[in-house]
Design a protein around this ligand. Structure first.
Ligand code: FAD
Ligand code: SF4
Length: 327
C-alpha cells in the first residue's frame, strides 16, 4: 500500500478542513471496509485519509414525523433501530442483509452509500478501464454476468449500495457539507449515470461529505425490500427491490418501485408504479408490474438471467409490501 497521511478529524468541521478539491488525493475514511481494500489493491492511492467516524452517529425523529440519520451510524445500528424499523421496514430489511454481522458492525451509512463499484475490472489494477481514465470498458466484450441490464453505458457497473435502494424509494434526501456550506440533495438527484460522472457514482465533489440521510414521514405507506442473492452468500445481491405503496383504504394511491444491482444507479421502475396506482395489490397486478419493470432491460452477453431475477424480485417486493404471502 502506498504511504499516506492520516487526519483524525474530531468533527464535521475538522473533516471538511482536511479534505481537498483534487479528486482521489484526499479521501474520507469511515469503517474502511471498502476503501482499505481498494488501497491495498492499488486502485485508490490517496495522499491523505480523513477519519469521518466522528461525524454525527445519531438517529433522530424529526418534527414532521420523519427521521434524520447521521452518516456515521453503523449499518448494524440502523438494522436494529426500533423506530426506523417501524417507520421504514424496507430500509431495515435491506440493512439487515448487508454482508455479515462483522461487516454491518464496521460499515457506516455514509460509507455504504458512497462505496465504489464491485466491477472486477475496476478492482483489478491490470485493467485500465474507462472509469480509471482508460479508453475502454472491458465488461462490454468480457465477463459481464454481474453487470448492468439497464442503461446505455459507457460504463456498465451496477450501483453497489443496498441502502441506496430503499432510501430512494422512500423519497429520502442527503445533507451534503462542503467548504462553501451545506446543501440538500434528493436521492433521485444524488446518484448519477456514467455519462454524467464517469469517475464517480454521484454528485459529491471531492471536498464534500454526506453528513445525513433525511427520510420524510412514512404516512400510511406499506413497504418492503426483497433481494436475491447467489445461494445464501454474504455477497452483494444479484437484484434488490424496494417497494413503497402509499395506501388509501385498500387501494394503492401511488407506488414507488426501485430496483438495485441492475444499473449504475438505483433504478426507478415507473412503468410498474403506474400499473399499481389506483387499485388493490393482487398477484395479478404484481405480476404485470414486474413484467413492466423489466420490459426495457437490455442485458449484456452474459447476464440475461438477471432480467428474470429482477422481475421476480419486483413481484415479491410488491407482494411483501402489501402483506400478501410470497409463493
Ligand atoms: C463481503 C462483503 C459483503 C458486502 N455486502 C454488501 C451488501 O450486500 N450490500 C451493501 O450495500 N454493501 C455490502 N458490502 C459493503 C459494505 O457494506 C460497505 O463496504 C460498507 O458499508 C462501507 O462502509 P464503510 O463505513 O466501511 O466505508 P469506507 O470503506 O470507509 O468508505 C467507502 C467509500 O465511501 C467514502 N465515504 C465514507 N464515508 C463518507 C461520507 N460520509 N461522505 C462521503 N464519502 C464517504 C470513502 O471515501 C470511500 O470511498 C459488503 C462488503 C463486504 C466486504
Ligand atoms: S463496467 Fe465500468 S468499471 Fe467496469 S470495466 Fe467497464 S468502465 Fe470499468
Amino acid at each position: 500500500m502506498k504511504a499516506f497521511a492520516y487526519v483524525n478529524a474530531a468533527n464535521e468541521k475538522e473533516a471538511l478542513a482536511a479534505l481537498g478539491a483534487e479528486r482521489g488525493k484526499f479521501l474520507p475514511l469511515a469503517g474502511g471496509m471498502d476503501l482499505l481494500a481498494l488501497m491495498k489493491d492499488y486502485i485508490l492511492q490517496p495522499d491523505r485519509l480523513v477519519n469521518v467516524k466522528n461525524l454525527d452517529a445519531t438517529i433522530a425523529a424529526t418534527p414532521d414525523g420523519g427521521f434524520r440519520i447521521g452518516a456515521a451510524v453503523k449499518v448494524i445500528d440502523l438494522a436494529e433501530h426500533a423506530g426506523v424499523s417501524k417507520a421504514y421496514p424496507a430500509l431495515v430489511q435491506a440493512a439487515s442483509e448487508v454482508g455479515t454481522p462483522q461487516i454491518r458492525n464496521a460499515g457506516t451509512l455514509g460509507g455504504n452509500i458512497n462505496q465504489r463499484p464491485r466491477c472486477w475490472y475496476f478492482r483489478n489494477e491490470e485493467f485500465d478501464c474507462l472509469k480509471k481514465g482508460g479508453s475502454r470498458c472491458f465488461a462490454v466484450d468480457g465477463e459481464n454476468q454481474y453487470h448492468a441490464i439497464f442503461g446505455t453505458g459507457p460504463c456498465h457497473i451496477v450501483h453497489p449500495s443496498s441502502l441506496a435502494v430503499p432510501i430512494l424509494a422512500y423519497g429520502g434526501r442527503f445533507r451534503i457539507a462542503g467548504p462553501s456550506g451545506e446543501r440538500d440533495v434528493s436521492a433521485a438527484d444524488f446518484f448519477v449515470m456514467p455519462d454524467k460522472n464517469l469517475y464517480g457514482e454521484n454528485v459529491l465533489a471531492p471536498n464534500e461529505l454526506v453528513t445525513h440521510v433525511i427520510l420524510p414521514a412514512p404516512r400510511n405507506a406499506r413497504s418492503a425490500t426483497y433481494e436475491v442473492r447467489f445461494k445464501q452468500s454474504h455477497d452483494w445481491p444479484l437484484a434488490i427491490v424496494s417497494a413503497v405503496l402509499s395506501m388509501e383504504g385498500g387501494a394503492v394511491r401511488s407506488a414507488t418501485i426501485v430496483m438495485g444491482a441492475v444499473a449504475p444507479v438505483p433504478w426507478r421502475a415507473a412503468a410498474a408504479e403506474a400499473i399499481l396506482a389506483g387499485g388493490p395489490v393482487t398477484e395479478e397486478t404484481a405480476t404485470r408490474a414486474a413484467d413492466a419493470a423489466v420490459k426495457d432491460a437490455k442485458p449484456m452477453s452474459e447476464n440475461a438471467y438477471k432480467v428474470q431475477v429482477a422481475r421476480t424480485a419486483v413481484k415479491r417486493a410488491i407482494l411483501k409490501a402489501a402483506g400478501i404471502a410470497v409463493a
